[in-house]
Write a protein that binds this ligand. Structure first.
Ligand code: NAD
Length: 366
């Protein structure tokens, strides 16, 4: 298994492989870049078929976090961790405690948050041995409601703000009354996004593989049920994919009738070239890692402490960032995803002073 010559290796500052035979813990932590601050990112537990698969995932995802946090103007770097194992079979308190001890040994250069396969209770168990976990504190959320650390409300609100910016740019309107929006995936983020849109007067279509999730939006928000086959292809103004990635692909893009794609799901583009394909089809794409940054903003302020107003004001800047991306894309003719990458790089490369700190940390722990 190659590391430095791995196709997903992108000058990552630090990688650590951790094994604890007593608990069965096998984990990899990847820190991509800390020039803006400590690397924050989820800890994923997944039954990877091979070590190579786990390495690929952690390298790719940690890099993505650098871009997401920089684009959101947070003093955070990018990192991610993966635990190799089936969360339903191999998860134990002892294993999570061992992970906590490993995180502590990294001295705070990586901070773990929940991700698929891990939950707030798991992070709390890790937290018995380290303070370098995030997204677990009960507090008043950015919206003034009690929060248990779940970032979904902030992600949904940020997606709503980003969707509004896209509508302003493409359709030249601020008022969302009567705007037609189709949402794929009515889970933690999708349902809350639907509620924001409903309150703003939008007309909604929804689909979720779980009938009860879809029903909730139909019954409580007056949304219209759609099918798996048509949710992304309805004659609406906006589609908001909030379920899974890779839904923007060779097959789907030519069939999309909406002029805007603005959804929270990660890795929406099947391949990088689908960014340009969307532009060629006249579809305004709000890059996923720009529009869904509300959650990471919320988690950041949990650690530093801030009033709900301050957190909300920061989430509101997602609209400004997207407007800048759309304007630059219009001026340059380049697709929005490419512009978002460029803007993120400008934002994390500017902070070069931190790079020396990062490499001295590497020397200490590598
Ligand atoms: P969730 O699991 O609560 O909701 C996802 C919903 O999508 C579920 O209701 C599920 O039944 C549904 N779904 C799954 N496959 C589907 C399909 N093929 N068609 C239609 N519906 C389907 O997850 P979430 O927290 O709401 O996150 C949604 C997306 O946003 C994910 O891609 C996640 O990675 C991304 N995201 C979430 C956050 C956050 O703060 N929760 C932050 C950034 C990005």
């Amino acid at each position: 298994m190659n590391v430095f010559s791995h196709p997903e290796f992108d000058n990552h500052e630090h990688l650590s492989f951790f094994c604890d035979p007593e608990t069965g813990l096998k984990a990899i932590v990847a820190i991509h870049n800390t020039s803006r601050g400590p690397a924050l990112g989820g800890c994923r537990m997944f039954p990877y078929a091979t070590d190579e698969e786990a390495l690929r995932d952690v390298l790719r995802l940690s890099r993505g976090m650098t871009y997401k946090s920089a684009l959101a103007n947070l003093d955070l770097g990018g990192g991610k961790s993966v635990i190799i194992g089936d969360p339903r079979k191999h998860k134990s308190e002892a294993l999570m405690e061992a992970m906590g001890r490993h995180l502590e040994s990294l001295g705070g250069q990586y901070i773990a948050a929940e991700d698929s396969g891990t939950s707030v209770p798991d992070l709390k168990i890790m937290g018995r041995h380290t303070s370098h976990v995030a997204g677990i504190a009960a507090r008043t959320g950015f919206d003034g409601n009690p929060s248990n650390g779940d970032p979904s409300p902030a992600t949904a609100y940020g997606t709503f703000i980003g969707l509004q910016a896209a509508v302003r740019h493409k359709l030249g309107r601020d008022d969302l009354t009567g705007l037609k929006v189709a949402i794929q995936g009515i889970g933690n983020v999708g349902f809350r996004l639907a509620r924001h849109l409903k309150e703003a007067g939008a007309e909604l279509w929804v689909y979720d593989i779980h009938e009860d999730n879809m029903r909730r939006a139909v019954d409580q928000l007056g949304a219209k049920p759609a099918s798996a086959e048509d949710i992304l292809f309805l004659p609406v103004d906006v589609i908001a994919p909030c379920a899974m990635g890779a839904v923007l692909n060779d097959r789907s893009i030519p069939e999309i009738r909406a002029g805007i794609v603005a959804g929270a799901a990660n890795n929406l583009l099947d391949r990088p070239e689908h960014d340009a394909m969307l532009k060629q089809h006249g579809i305004l794409y709000a890059p996923d890692f720009a529009i869904n940054a509300g959650g990471i903003i919320d988690v950041f302020y949990e650690r530093t402490g801030a009033t709900p107003e301050k957190v909300r004001a920061h989430v509101d800047t997602i609209g400004d960032t997207l407007t800048e991306i759309f304007n630059r894309s219009d001026r340059s003719g380049l697709p929005t995803g490419e512009i978002a990458n460029e803007l993120a790089e400008e934002r994390f490369r500017k902070h070069s002073a931190g790079a020396g700190l990062a490499s001295s940390r590497f020397a200490r722990t590598g």
